[in-house]
Design a protein around this ligand. Structure first.
Ligand SMILES: [Zn+2]
Length: 85
């Protein structure tokens, strides 16, 4: 039994990796990608870089938009320090 229809090249795998970030892979695409990643070290590295970038972007978003409670906590902290000194 041939499974050549499951085989994809690196370029295709990397396209699927970027689609995967937005969770837009169907069952077949994700199967093809998993299979390719098992065989291909350079695409596995690429997947790790995608993960790293995704986390970095998430962190940047958090820095740009701090949760509303944060200023409150820091003003309480300043108050506590002022009371202690
Ligand atoms: Zn590859």
């Amino acid at each position: 039994m041939s499974v050549s229809w499951l085989n994809i090249d690196c370029r295709h795998a990397q396209q699927l990796l970027s689609l995967q970030r937005d969770s837009r892979l169907n069952f077949l695409q994700s199967g093809r990608l998993r299979r390719h990643l098992r065989q291909c070290e350079s695409c596995r590295r690429m997947e790790k870089q995608f993960d790293f970038l995704a986390r970095a972007v998430k962190r940047l978003d958090q820095i740009r938009a701090p949760p509303p409670g944060r200023t409150h906590i820091s003003s309480e902290f300043r108050c506590a320090r002022a009371c202690l000194t």
